[in-house]
Design a protein around this ligand. Structure first.
Ligand SMILES: Cc1ncc(COP(=O)(O)O)c(C=O)c1O
Length: 422
């Protein structure tokens, strides 16, 4: 018996792509378009809110707060989502605040998935879903979004859709939950009302919980609209929706996220949270509450950060699509989020990947790109289950929530490489 080994429930789980690629960036110092965070300042008011909180005379703001969510934060989250979902959300019983969306997802999985439960995961998926389901004892069932050729030279994230028959076949009496992510990381797909309705119908038919990761809920490009599956008829009672202050206010390092849903489902998350995290940072939650109070007062207006940030990103998205195309890749234009997937396969004949010996070609390509061109992207096969990884091999993921200067530099580096190789 190996007393010092990894417990059985974690065995077989690999080092995540983030660990490997953060190390790669440290070793080669490329221009980093890999990791998903902004390299520019968050809105001024959220920084001054934190500053104000830290200096506040109320010294209790430095102490533990209510375990499942700081009162001021759950109060404004309940106002905001009651308005968006169209029903009254109880701040104490129907919300959990945790350490980022990761924490909320963890409490969701541990609080609902039991040994042998089947959980449907739509691919490509944010990579932590699979290990979390496995750790909870669940059995993941993967259903990939399938590419439908739109006969246009421009590829779009909406060209990837669910095959209704394939999805339906994945449901059975053992299905406990389905995990969806809209807007999707890495694809940038924003699920349409029809698609969500199809998922909702199956959830109702098979009495399944819907875990909806909506961390990019405010990053949607016109004319697309973000639809919350919890707001569809009959779905509130079976949906847990996950959000992130990191993505909402461009403060990924603050690591505050939440889940909301009906009291009976959120109760189970509260139990897990109380016995693992217990409570999150008080000053950060207070400052985020101030940020939300400000945004709630101007929701939908031009001066609302939730309106202005996607407008600012739209230009960066177009700029990136342009320089990737010039380099010879085929970008897939996202409808949401801040990542762009591109098909790099037409470059394959021009480059020598023989020095890289990873199992999947997108790993070889991204490593080659970091070492030889000086740009870092992420291999999308990391967002697929083992048997579907080939679906990601022709692709690379780049992040465009970066300063214009940085994107310009990336364009120059790629252009210079292209010229040297022509
Ligand atoms: C789809 C998705 N879900 C969850 C998370 C985790 O968010 P947080 O940083 O709030 O834990 C991320 C972060 O990149 C993400 O892309």
């Amino acid at each position: 018996m190996d007393k010092f080994g990894l417990p059985a429930r974690y065995q077989g789980q690999q080092e995540s792509v983030w660990e490997e690629y953060i190390q790669l960036a440290a070793d080669y110092d490329p221009l980093d378009l890999g990791q998903g965070f902004p390299d520019f300042s968050p809105p001024e008011y959220i920084i001054s809110a934190l500053d104000q909180v830290i200096k506040d005379k109320d010294i209790l703001l430095h102490q533990y707060t209510r375990g499942c969510g700081h009162p001021r934060l759950i109060s404004i989250l309940s106002k905001l989502y009651s308005h968006l979902i169209g029903r009254s959300i109880d701040p104490e019983k129907e919300i959990l605040v945790s350490t980022g969306a990761y924490g909320a997802l963890y409490s969701t999985m541990m609080g609902h998935i039991d040994q042998g439960d089947e959980v449907i995961i739509i691919e490509p998926f944010f990579d932590c879903y699979e290990p979390m389901v496995l750790t909870a004892g669940g059995i993941p069932r993967f259903v990939p979004l399938r590419y439908n050729n739109n006969n246009s030279s421009i590829l779009k994230s909406s060209d990837w859709t669910l095959d209704p028959e394939e999805l339906e076949k994945a449901f059975n009496s053992k299905t406990k939950a389905i995990i969806i992510n809209t807007p999707n990381n890495p694809l940038g797909k924003v699920f349409t009302e029809n698609e969500l309705q199809m998922i909702a119908n199956l959830c109702k038919k098979w009495n399944v919980i819907c875990i909806s990761d909506e961390v990019y809920e405010w990053l949607v490009y016109e004319p697309q609209k973000h639809i919350r599956i919890a707001s569809l008829p009959g779905m509130w009672e079976r949906t847990i929706t996950v959000g992130s202050a990191g993505k909402t206010f461009s403060i990924t390092g603050w690591k505050i996220g939440w889940a909301y849903g009906p009291a009976n489902l959120i109760h189970n998350l509260h139990i897990v949270h109380q016995n693992s995290i217990y409570t999150c940072s008080t000053p950060l939650q207070e400052a985020i509450a101030i940020g939300f109070e400000k945004e709630f007062s101007c929701l939908g207006q031009d001066n609302c950060y939730f309106t202005s940030l996607p407008r600012q990103l739209e230009q960066k998205k177009n700029y990136m699509a342009d320089f990737l195309t010039k380099m010879g890749m085929k970008p897939i234009i996202p409808d949401g989020g801040y990542f762009m997937i591109a098909d790099w396969s037409s470059l394959e004949s021009e480059i020598d990947l023989s020095a890289e010996n990873d199992k999947y070609k997108d790993y070889c390509f991204t490593k080659w790109l970091t070492k030889n061109v000086g740009i870092q992207g992420i291999p999308p096969s990391a967002f697929y289950s083992e048997s579907h990884k080939p679906l990601g091999e022709k692709l690379v993921r780049f992040c465009f929530i970066k300063e214009d200067e940085k994107l310009k530099k990336a364009a120059e580096i790629l252009e210079n490489w292209k010229q040297r190789n022509n």
